[in-house]
Design a protein around this ligand. Structure first.
Ligand code: NAD
Length: 260
């Protein structure tokens, strides 16, 4: 279905981004991977995706906290893979602390990576989508784009911000073949969440499994983690012709978290 399309997935060396990249590649899209990690492992992932799905897969090490690098990633993709049709803004980080103790530099870093990079990426990629009158912007927000939790001031502010930006871009592009939507995952067991579970377990002197169960019990009625593959399948749907008139929406996939 996505044969001939080119997708950038930011933060796709791990977790949700990798799941989304895999499902887009399985649908035939060429992929530009992005994110940090061990160079040999990233190269292994790149080769595996390309061989499994007979698509072209590139890698950009662009740091999403630096606007010039975000723009360079779009330029490099256009040069190496020919164009950018799909932009999945997924890279993100987390830090938790009460607002009065929240370090300024953590606020700045979370806003830069989780929100400003989304703006810079869209700004750089959307002109060529308009030229071809086809494009898909899929922003990975969070259940925390819809509701809040304590000790996540920067993350919740950034994720709420993403939903606003998603809607503005959807309105600006409404008369074109470009769409802009967001996905709001609940808990997904990725390195980002594993770190939070480990911190909780250390703080309370409990086990990882106990804290994982507690985390789900607090928020996610299904008591099951959402998977990167399920989120990838939703991203593929948003890139399909069936979603041509889905514009400016936030799709929760959260085991019932925000239905409460
Ligand atoms: P993860 O830590 O597994 O992956 C994050 C990815 O972003 C990695 O590839 C990492 O290298 C990359 N990254 C981090 N900083 C970067 C930077 N400055 N420049 C470029 N790449 C950078 O995390 P994840 O859980 O897969 O999270 C992915 C997205 O999903 C994030 O935006 C996160 O907020 C969101 N999300 C996650 C969950 C969850 O439960 N895991 C829930 C809701 C939303």
């Amino acid at each position: 279905m996505l044969k001939g399309k080119v997708a950038i997935v930011t933060g796709s060396t791990s977790g949700i981004g990798l799941g989304v990249a895999e499902r887009l590649a399985a649908s035939g899209a060429d992929i530009m991977l992005n994110g940090f990690g061990d160079a040999a492992e990233i190269e292994e992932t790149r080769k595996e995706l390309a061989e499994s799905y007979s698509v072209k897969v590139g890698y950009s090490g662009a740091d999403m906290s630096r606007p010039p690098e975000v723009r360079l990633m779009v330029e490099d993709t256009t040069r190496e893979l020919g164009k950018v049709d799909i932009l999945v803004n997924n890279a993100g980080i987390q830090f938790t602390a009460p607002v009065h103790e929240f370090p300024d530099e953590k606020w700045d870093a979370i806003l830069a990576i989780n929100l400003s990079a989304v703006f810079h990426g869209i700004k750089a990629a959307i002109p060529q989508m308009y030229e071809r009158n086809w494009g898909r912007i899929v922003n990975i927000a969070s259940a925390h784009g819809l509701v809040a939790s304590a000790e996540k001031a920067a993350y919740v502010a950034a994720k709420h911000g993403i939903l606003g930006l998603t809607k503005v871009v959807a309105l600006e592009s409404a008369k074109t073949g470009v769409t802009s939507n967001a996905i709001c995952p609940g808990w997904v067991l990725t390195p980002l969440v594993e770190a939070q579970i480990r911190d909780r377990a250390t703080e309370k002197g409990t086990s990882f499994d106990d804290e994982a169960r507690d985390l789900l019990a607090e928020k996610q009625p299904s008591q099951k983690f959402v998977t990167p593959q399920q989120l990838g399948d939703l991203a593929v749907f948003l890139c399909s012709p069936g979603a041509d008139e889905v514009r400016g929406q936030a799709f929760a996939m959260d085991g019932g978290w925000t239905a409460q």
